[in-house]
Design a protein around this ligand. Structure first.
Ligand code: AMP
Length: 506
């Protein structure tokens, strides 16, 4: 694996910082030694048991050590964000059957795996190195490197497996968008979201310093901007939503980040407004828009957005395929749509397309395939796109999946979990749009029996109950009790009518 090769190379060279976290530093040498110690422990403890390793936490420096250690030991890692409710984390553990769980957040327990606290992990990682872990032990080829869980339409998260070969293809395509070597890269995206791979895999492969921003730091401008000001940041990676949040403060400009030369965005629609603001505030930085689903390893298109494109009435393009990726648009009949500007479902073909969903051959078969003509692995994205010249444009989803503040959400997932609440008989969730983006979710609820509560009290009570099953970003902002759902001609809940009702609701 390139990232592990490069880690060794930089660890052997002059002192270089791999990660900065709230003022504490981890050098490439320390990262290599600590990940090596974890790999050695996994190999000794579990020998021929190659079950994955679950890592639960936020941006603890040892999270990265354990992640790379798992890869060195030939095991996949499964990141779980600290904000995920324990009940949802437990569903992931049940699907993964890990050999070990390192829980930096605390509170997870279970059987069948070795559970480690942050302190126990620290003791293992600090162990003096024995003989180096042989390269043959590293995750390689078609072996799974990580499994990421995303929102699933059944109300259970679904696991997307990505192999070492998929990661190699991603790196080959993305590294041309990176500086040759060095610099400081933003590491704000959660490990459980694959865009974090832009810092972890691409950043470390180029000897960059990961400037890590945990949840608490991201939540308040004062401390965040104080630390950003001292960061020497050169390369920004995030969802557009996080950058938008930062632009709300006037202090977010080139005086705060004088060395910043590039913004690389991924994960959701990039708007004209954000591009314009960044052009004004960071005249020396270029903006790159990229696009890709977790299933095809982080991103498969990229384009630099020069000032002329910032005015493009079609929207900001998602770009052209990166090296190694082939894109095709398909009509409803499955035939290729080749005409300029014609809309179709975007299909991705190439070595970055993963093997599929963990333990879900039914879902895998629906979305993944092997192209008979080329033998390439393919994935039907569910995204409507069109192509003009070299550039692709994103037009919207073909299903009920959406992005809210960069998070991928299936509306059915939210509905299924709201229906677990004791007094909720049925739930119908609709997005409220602001321009091209979803502003928030609203849930219309049919209660089992009158609760005697006012709308505000009810919302507070239901949100508290929902937090047992859903992460905060999936809990609808508005929860509206109704006597009956409007039905469409097919007898299904009429979501368009509910969306109209939402517009009329204060
Ligand atoms: P995820 O698997 O969380 O990365 O989400 C993938 C989905 O996010 C894609 O299928 C698109 O619907 C959406 N997406 C990703 N990047 C972009 C982008 N640059 N513009 C618009 N939508 C995007």
């Amino acid at each position: 694996m390139l990232v592990l090769e490069k880690l060794k190379e930089y660890a052997a060279g002059p002192e270089r910082t791999a990660l900065v976290n709230r003022g504490s530093r981890l050098s490439y040498r320390e990262l290599d030694a600590r990940s090596e110690a974890f790999a050695a422990w996994l190999l000794a403890r579990f020998e021929g048991d190659f079950a994955p390793v679950v890592l639960r936490g936020d941006k603890e420096p040892d999270f990265l050590c354990c992640l790379l250690g798992a890869l060195k030991s030939g095991r996949a890692y499964v990141p779980i964000d600290s904000t995920l409710p324990p009940s949802r984390a437990a569903q992931i553990l049940a699907d993964v059957c890990p050999c070990a769980v390192v829980d930096f957040t605390g509170g997870l327990a279970g059987e069948g795996a070795r559970f480690l606290t942050a302190g126990e992990a620290d003791a293992i990682l600090s162990a003096p190195p024995a003989s180096p872990v042989p390269r043959e032990s590293w995750v390689q080829g078609g072996e799974t490197a990580y499994i990421l869980f995303t929102s699933g339409s059944t109300g259970r998260p679904k696991g997307v497996s990505i192999t070492a070969d998929n990661l190699a293809a991603f790196l080959e395509g993305v590294l041309p968008w990176y500086p040759q070597e060095g610099g400081v890269i933003l590491h704000q995206v959660s490990y459980s979201f694959d865009v974090s791979g832009c810092a972890v895999y691409a950043g470390l492969s180029r000897g960059m310093t990961l400037f890590s921003v945990d949840h608490a730091l991201a939540a308040g401008y004062r401390e965040l901007f104080a630390q950003l000001g001292d960061s020497g940041l050169t390369f920004w990676v995030s969802t557009p939503s996080f950058a938008e949040l930062c632009t709300r403060s006037r202090a977010f400009d080139a005086r705060l980040l004088p060395n910043l030369r590039r913004f690389l965005f991924c994960g959701e629609v990039l708007t004209h407004t954000l591009c314009g603001m960044l052009a004004d505030r960071f005249p020396a930085a270029s903006v790159v828009n990229t696009y890709g689903p977790t299933e095809a390893t982080v991103l498969v298109t990229a384009a630099e957005i020069p000032p002329a494109l910032r005015q493009d009435p079609r929207g900001i393009p998602i770009g052209a395929p990166i090296r190694g990726a082939t894109l095709r648009l398909e009509g409803e009949d499955g035939r290729e749509v080749a005409g300029e500007g014609q809309a179709g479902q975007l299909v991705i073909l190439g070595p970055s397309v993963g093997p599929g969903y963990l333990g879900r051959p039914d879902l895998t078969e629906r979305a993944f395939f092997t192209d008979p003509a080329t033998g390439l692995r393919g994935y039907r994205t569910g995204d409507r796109c069109c192509r003009v010249g070299e550039a692709y444009y994103y037009l919207g989803r073909m299903d009920n999946q959406l992005k809210l503040d960069g998070y991928r959400i299936e509306l059915e997932d939210v509905e299924a979990n709201l229906q677990k609440l004791p007094n909720v008989l049925r739930a119908a969730v609709v997005p409220a749009w602001k321009g091209e983006k979803v502003a928030y979710l609203a849930a219309f609820l049919l209660l089992r029996e009158p609760d005697g509560l006012g709308p505000l009290q009810r919302t507070i009570a239901l949100k508290k109950q929902a937090a047992r099953y859903l992460p905060a970003y999936m809990i609808p902002r508005k929860l509206i009790a109704v006597d009956a759902f409007p039905l469409n001609v097919n007898g299904k809940v009429d979501k368009k009518a509910l969306a109209r009702r939402l517009e009329e609701t204060p």
